[in-house]
Design a protein around this ligand. Structure first.
Ligand SMILES: NC(=O)c1ccc[n+]([C@@H]2O[C@H](COP(=O)([O-])OP(=O)(O)OC[C@H]3O[C@@H](n4cnc5c(N)ncnc54)[C@H](O)[C@@H]3O)[C@@H](O)[C@H]2O)c1
Ligand SMILES: O=P(O)(O)OC[C@@H](O)[C@@H](O)[C@H](O)[C@H](O)CO
Length: 538
């Protein structure tokens, strides 16, 4: 059995092996999408294939939608070349339920995949054609938080961005430059309306996308490289909107245990690939069952009927609250704490960490005691219930192959949002005292200890990719696992960086605590465990 148009012709074989197959006429959907695309997504990674593509598949199956998705990849072309194309844009979605049941779905809702490369004339022209279409309602993104950044770790404008800002929309090389040049095409085609929807895990993600897009529109208009009206178009929410969103579905990298299940069913050619840009992809994706996608209802060209697929549309204030609830308190900070300590303590699976008394104690305190008091109830989801499910059902799910190493990726980009917002809320509160935060500083210290790249047994490990690796690692390079380290002299300047922690930890009065914990954790082999025991269980 092969995952492609030809291989899926023998439907019976797949159905006998208990795969849910697309129930719609894919040829018809493909033709309709080609003519009238309504949704193009940028970032052909795992979450898109497990979540958004499956929502559209369900709606196509029910006849609620009659057009599918177009996906574009502008960073890691290998994903499209090695996965989408050989498999005719099909993906196998394996849903790993907490009760051990496994759902296997052939997702066929993605009907066109394109490489976003201005030097690839044919595909770039097709992208322009899509952006000129009246039918286009939504342009969405899962390109990681760093994908929206126009500067490097030192705050310097990225070379490709600098060049694009100088040269204009003709042949851009940077990711956002390419996206903005396509938006310019839409402007030139008659200022057609569209929603530009970031679906990445960052606070006020719509504003992040807007800021990056606006920078190009502004510079190009100022330099006469684009019409002056383009900036007004980008700034007019009735023309171009940048809704805020909250997305939630734990989607680990494709795992060997899942590959084995599919292989046993007789499916060939499933081998995962780690691309040269470090994306972990396979013809299959594995994910949990639980999923939430909440989107600000701001769609100037109308919105697709996604509500019946479980997507929630609401006003901006609610998205903000629900997103803060998840990203700043009830899920992502707990994940990051498990990520850094998991790597230090030699764990390879999140569910295994959930059997560790110190680690569960750590995240329970960060979640319930330190985080929950500053969460504003969004109304549409209950924060206490949400965190209960995360801690009791989702993280401990033994069938989910999620790893601390995946979650530790780009930690420097995440600390400010995942913990800094809570610290700021304590600072702003007349009732709360920032000095009462005990275990959030322990995560910061844990991250610094993690950056040493030596685990609690004294063995070297590879730290996960991070755009600030070269900036932050030198601060801990001189530290050793022995008593009496000059910790504050080494990491003090780093603790002042608001860009990383969301606040200056000295100004917040937390730097001493972080340095104290780090000093204890560098005392020698086993000191990380001893420190956790001392502060988490006390
Ligand atoms: N995986 C999850 O559990 C999950 C859940 C909710 C939200 N998300 C969000 O989705 C994002 C992607 O997750 P994923 O599981 O698809 O990861 P992935 O590693 O499978 O794919 C990453 C995607 O981002 C692109 N990308 C990476 N660096 C980039 C850069 N510098 N510029 C532009 N594009 C870049 C890659 O090309 C790829 O398309 C996450 O960063 C997160 O914000 C993920
Ligand atoms: O995707 P990231 O890198 O922003 O964060 C890693 C995980 O915490 C994240 O992917 C969660 O699995 C996800 O946010 C769950 O909805």
């Amino acid at each position: 059995m092969k995952l492609n148009e030809q291989g899926l012709k023998d439907r019976l074989k797949w159905e006998e092996a208990e795969y849910s197959l697309p129930k719609f006429d894919r040829g018809k959907v493909m033709a309709a999408t080609k003519e009238n695309p309504f949704w193009i997504h940028f970032g052909a990674g795992n979450i898109f294939r497990a979540f958004q593509a499956n929502v559209v598949q369900n709606l196509l199956n029910e006849g609620i939608l009659d057009k599918g998705l177009v996906v574009a990849e502008g960073f890691d072309y290998e994903i499209v070349e090695k996965m989408n194309r050989p498999h005719d844009d099909y993906t196998l979605l394996v849903t790993l339920k907490a009760d051990g049941n496994v759902d296997k779905t052939v997702v066929g809702s993605v009907v066109e995949s394109l490489i976003l490369d201005s030097e690839n004339e044919k595909e770039y022209e097709r992208l322009k054609e899509i952006f000129r279409k009246d039918s286009l309602q939504m342009v969405s993104f899962t390109i990681t938080e760093k994908g929206y950044s126009l500067v490097n770790g030192k705050g310097e404008v990225l070379p490709a961005v600098a060049e694009d800002l100088e040269k204009g929309p003709e042949k851009p090389m940077s990711y956002i430059g390419k996206v903005v040049s396509l938006l310019y095409t839409r402007y030139q085609a008659g200022e057609k309306p569209v929603a530009m929807v970031s679906m990445d895990n960052c606070s006020r993600n719509g504003d992040k996308l807007y800021a990056a897009v606006k920078e190009f529109a502004l510079k190009w208009a100022e330099k006469g490289l684009a019409d002056k009206g383009f900036l007004a178009y980008v700034n007019t929410k009735e023309k171009v909107s940048f809704p805020w969103t909250m997305i939630d579905k734990i989607t680990p990298r494709p795992d060997a245990s899942v590959e084995a299940i599919l292989k046993a069913d007789g499916i060939e050619g499933l081998e995962p690939v780690i691309t040269s840009k470090n994306t972990y992809v396979a013809p299959f994706v594995n994910a949990e069952e639980c999923e939430y996608l909440v989107i600000e209802d701001a769609f100037p060209n109308g919105k697709p009927d996604l509500e019946k697929g479980g997507v929630m549309f609401t006003e901006r204030e609610t998205v903000d609250k629900v997103e803060k609830m998840k990203v700043c308190t009830c899920l992502n900070p707990l994940h990051t704490a498990l990520a850094v300590y998991g790597c230090l303590l030699g764990y390879k699976k999140i569910s295994e960490e959930m059997k560790d008394a110190e680690l569960t104690g750590l995240i329970e305190t960060i979640g319930y005691k330190e985080g929950l008091p500053v969460v504003v109830d969004p109304g549409i989801l209950d924060p206490k219930e949400f965190i209960d499910t995360v801690l009791k059902v989702r993280f401990p799910n033994p069938f989910m192959p999620d790893t601390p190493q995946r979650i530790a990726t780009d930690t420097s980009q995440k600390l400010a949002i995942r913990y800094g917002e809570t610290i700021k809320a304590y600072q702003a509160s007349p009732k709360l005292n920032v000095k009462d935060l005990k275990l959030i500083p322990l995560v910061f210290a844990g991250w610094l200890r993690y950056l040493m790249g030596v685990d609690d047994e004294g063995n070297a490990f590879e730290i996960s990719p991070d755009p600030l690796k070269d900036t932050v690692c030198p601060y801990v390079a001189g530290l050793k696992l022995e008593e009496g380290q000059e910790v504050e002299a080494a990491v003090g300047p780093l603790l002042k960086m608001k860009q990383i922690f969301g606040v200056d930890l000295y100004e917040a009065g937390l730097a001493d605590k972080v340095c104290g914990y780090l000093k204890e954790m560098t005392k020698g082999v086993g000191a990380v465990r001893a420190t956790l025991k001392k502060y988490v269980l006390s």
